[in-house]
Design a protein around this ligand. Structure first.
Ligand SMILES: [Zn+2]
Length: 133
């Protein structure tokens, strides 16, 4: 059986002890991973409603509902970035990305890395310019 991560253990109520901020950040990463997984399931949901003709009437059988995204874990409210800033104090920002850090401490994209990615970005920029004129 797959080992549960901290988020899954938290959701199933197995985590009783007081959690450190690092552990809460781990839960946050697990939460966003789970949201991504659910989003992918919803995107590729194969079921559609069915129409059945019963002679004179059309009966509609609704498709089964796809799973919904989990709600935001209460324990993550008020979580701060916590990265050490230039003064040596923990960062107090609470606008965090999925990795549990703020935009100044590891949240933002660092841009395309692969040749293919760089090509795509260049193409997008050109496309915007063309639309502009
Ligand atoms: Zn920060």
């Amino acid at each position: 059986m797959k080992k549960k991560n901290l988020y899954e253990r938290y959701v199933s109520g197995e985590v009783n002890q007081e959690l450190s901020d690092d552990e809460r950040r781990e839960i946050m990463r697990g939460y966003y991973q789970e949201c991504d997984r659910i989003r992918e399931i919803r995107r590729t949901w194969p079921y559609k409603e069915q129409l059945i003709f019963t002679g004179t009437r059309i009966k509609i059988i609704p498709a089964p509902e796809p799973p919904t995204s989990p709600s935001f874990p209460e324990i993550l409210r008020g979580l701060t970035c916590g990265a050490k800033n230039r003064k040596g104090q923990p960062c107090k920002r609470i606008d965090l990305w999925g990795n549990g850090r703020c935009k100044f401490h590891g949240g933002m994209s660092t841009g395309p890395k692969t040749e293919e990615g760089k090509r795509k970005v260049a193409l997008n920029a050109r496309r915007k310019t063309v639309n502009y004129f």
